[in-house]
Design a binder for this molecule. Structure first.
Ligand code: ADE
Length: 238
């Protein structure tokens, strides 16, 4: 595809974005991270309010870019980051619903593999199914960092779903839980596939924000503390 930076969705110029990008779904979360965790920050993207910023953490240049929700949205932003801005490390920091019975609110999950009901892989015309996985390098480093910070993350398969309000509700989720899938979110599969296709690194770090089987959900306020623990892992990883 003959395109380059700026893109239809990102008005950053070539060179505006660091090689390592943190990817929250919420663009206001990107703003919060830039304002509270980074130094010498410059906002490079304003298109559709999908804020993107570049700054420094402990002297290392990193960017933070909102992705929106779902595979199509994160698919667009990460494709452009990789192919038009030269991004090499993509670290999603998001929230997820717990599927595994051992998981509690605010626990940290790292997605080693991403199961999905999305059709995203069909574009590759593979003669079978593709197993989207995290970068082993980022994954193993993230686990080491988490442990050094006194956090025991649960690492394994996650479910990347196209539907938040699924017609088969808890029944559908229970089937994934039976297969040992830890948690449900909506972006990891497209992220891992875009990274795999381009030969770059991706990882998905999640905080449990709700437990669908127990009918529990966090308030925005409660999420903040858990979010800070996840941020500390992601920033050290970057
Ligand atoms: N993100 C956070 N909680 C979720 C859930 N229950 N389903 C899908 N995505 C989520």
């Amino acid at each position: 595809m003959a395109m380059g930076a700026p893109t239809p969705h990102n008005n950053g110029k070539l060179g505006d974005i660091a090689e390592t990008v943190l990817l929250p779904g919420d663009p206001l979360r990107a703003k919060f991270i830039a304002e509270n965790f980074l130094e010498d920050v410059v906002q490079y993207n304003t298109v559709r309010g999908m804020n993107g910023y570049t700054g420094y953490y402990k002297g290392r240049r990193i960017s933070v870019q909102g992705t929106g929700m779902g595979c199509p949205s994160i698919g667009i932003y990460t494709y452009e980051l990789i192919h038009f801005y030269g991004v090499k490390n993509l670290i999603r920091i998001g929230s997820a619903g717990a599927l595994h019975e051992d998981l509690k609110m605010h626990d940290i999950v790292i997605g080693m593999g991403s199961c999905t009901d999305s059709n995203y892989a069909s574009q590759y015309n593979l003669p079978g199914t593709f197993a989207p996985t995290a970068s082993y390098e980022l994954l193993s480093k993230a686990v080491d960092i988490a442990k050094s910070q006194g956090v025991e993350p649960k690492v394994g398969n996650i479910l990347c779903s196209d539907v938040f309000y699924g017609d088969d509700g808890l029944e559908g989720l229970a089937k994934w839980a039976k297969m040992g899938v830890l948690a449900v979110e909506m972006e990891s599969a497209a992220l891992y596939m875009n990274a795999a296709r381009a030969g770059v690194n991706a990882l998905c770090i999640l905080t449990i924000s709700d437990c669908p089987f127990k009918g529990e959900a966090t308030t925005a306020m409660e999420r903040q503390t858990a979010f800070t623990r996840m941020m500390n892992i992601a920033l050290e990883l970057a």
